[in-house]
Design a protein around this ligand. Structure first.
Ligand SMILES: [Zn+2]
Length: 132
């Protein structure tokens, strides 16, 4: 992939947004990243990214959405978080225009997360709340 120096979101690194298959792709949508940065500022605390961009092959391997899920669009992240922070983040995310909310809040706290995206209908069924 092309290495660029135009990463402009101070609270997030390109590395944490990269596909975790090792391909190095981090094709995050700039408008989505702007929205995520706004959310980070409103939240006021670190947000730990457990999944950012995914290439089609990696998404096929790890998600039920096959080769074209939300993470392949650069419009989605998963954030390691648990209540009460999860409640606060969810509240802020809805107010800032995130349209897809995935909730994984069962089991060990360290593996709990929220999925956030800003996808739109008709390509995706949005607004949407799902659980894992
Ligand atoms: Zn990949």
């Amino acid at each position: 992939m092309t290495i660029t120096n135009d990463w402009k979101w101070p609270h997030f690194t390109k590395q944490e947004m990269q596909c975790q298959c090792g391909c190095g792709a981090a094709q995050m949508d700039p408008a989505f990243m702007d929205r995520l940065e706004e959310l980070r500022k409103a939240f006021g605390k670190p947000m730990s990214i457990s999944s950012g961009y995914r290439c089609a092959a990696h998404n096929l391997a790890v998600a039920h959405t096959g080769i074209s899920g939300p993470h392949t669009t650069g419009h989605a992240v998963d954030i390691r978080i648990t209540s009460p922070d999860a409640w606060q983040l969810l509240k802020l995310a809805v107010g800032l225009g995130f349209t897809g909310i995935g909730v994984s809040q069962q089991g060990p706290h360290a593996s709990r997360f929220l999925h956030l995206d800003d996808l739109t209908a008709p390509a995706y069924p949005r607004p949407w709340v799902g659980s894992y």
